[in-house]
Design a protein around this ligand. Structure first.
Ligand code: BMA
Length: 319
């Protein structure tokens, strides 16, 4: 635990699993090239990941992996959970990518937001599922270019809220849209802008895992992209949104707190990428398990204590 008298933490609040990478393509029951950028949720006594799997065509689909402790002994279903359907969903032309999973108690179903890689660019698609086995697709919900989307788990004043990341005129900021029915969405409102110049999150930011409700606000982990002479660097920081009005940013870290360090994050198809895309709170409500893609090749797990994450944002732990 950190002494609240200390103004800033001296080390990252995230601790990588000793079993990392926890999932690789070799764990799939069929031939696959890479397994990364998973959505995550608790399901009964297990933790379930909806893993992005890239096949040797270059296109991606999703596969479900389950584990009792969220760290070891991942069991994959024999077949993919959801594949692009370019006939009924032409927006899936080049596959589906980067799912975020949120349970919606009102509907008794999980909402899965993901990227459909359309001929016109990436866009946001939505599907609902009770069991991560059969999916009802609601179609595209944001036009291209747009990605990194997740729903809040409940309505606000009658509307569902979606965080997403449209790419317009050379900048990519986290924005919010509203919908009464999950089908018709309002024009995006700015929530978390990319910074400029030499910042680690200059030019491009995107939501990581879905917003996590805490007593202090909605906790976000988001990625920032820095373009360098040898490619992009993907690192993650934290932010906190107001509980009642999530367009209000209460706090944002100046520093990134999770970045590529290990061999499996530094080396792979896309080097120097950590891409958190799912997290699960353990039953004590204190330990957060963060699932992330590493180098667009494998899945990693890092854990953090919720109070350390809030302390990183200078928010004292709740009484
Ligand atoms: C983003 C997405 C992610 C990927 C990341 C790093 O734009 O395409 O799927 O992990 O780039 O390559």
């Amino acid at each position: 635990m950190h002494d609240q008298a200390q103004p800033r933490q001296t080390s990252s609040p995230f601790v990588r699993s000793e079993s990392n990478p926890i999932i690789t393509a070799a764990d799939l029951p069929y031939r696959a090239h890479a397994a990364f950028n998973p959505g995550a949720t608790r399901r009964g006594d297990e933790i379930a990941l909806l893993v992005r799997v890239e096949s040797f065509s270059g296109k991606s689909h999703f596969a479900v992996a389950r584990s009792a402790d969220g760290e070891h002994d991942w069991q994959f279903a024999a077949n993919p959970a959801l594949e692009g359907d370019a006939v009924r969903h032409p927006e899936d032309a080049w596959g589906i990518e980067d799912p975020r999973v949120v349970y919606l108690p009102e509907l008794g179903r999980y909402a899965v937001t993901f990227t459909s890689y359309s001929a016109d660019g990436p866009l946001v698609s939505l599907a609902l599922t009770e069991d991560l086995v059969s999916f009802e697709r609601l179609g595209p919900i944001r036009p291209p270019d747009d990605k990194d989307a997740a729903l809040f788990p409940r309505r606000f004043g009658g509307n569902w809220l979606l965080l997403h990341r449209p790419y317009r005129g050379g900048s990519a900021n986290i924005m919010l849209s509203r919908s009464p029915d999950l089908r018709h969405w309002s024009e995006p409102e700015l929530v978390l802008p990319a910074r400029a110049g030499g910042w680690w999150d200059a030019g491009k930011v995107g939501l990581g895992p879905p917003p996590l409700e805490t007593s202090a606000g909605w906790l976000l982990m988001y990625h920032g992209v820095r373009i360098t002479a040898s490619g992009a660097l993907y690192r993650s920081g934290l932010a906190l949104l107001d509980l009642d009005d999530p367009t209000r940013v209460l706090a944002r870290t100046d520093d990134w707190h999770f970045g590529p360090e290990t061999d499996y994050e530094r080396t792979g198809d896309v080097p120097n990428v950590v891409f958190p895309s799912g997290w699960v709170l353990d039953p004590s409500g204190e330990r957060v398990l963060v699932y992330y893609g590493a180098a667009d090749t494998v899945v990693g797990l890092a854990t953090a204590s919720l109070s350390d994450l809030l302390a990183t944002l200078d928010i004292p732990a709740a009484a």
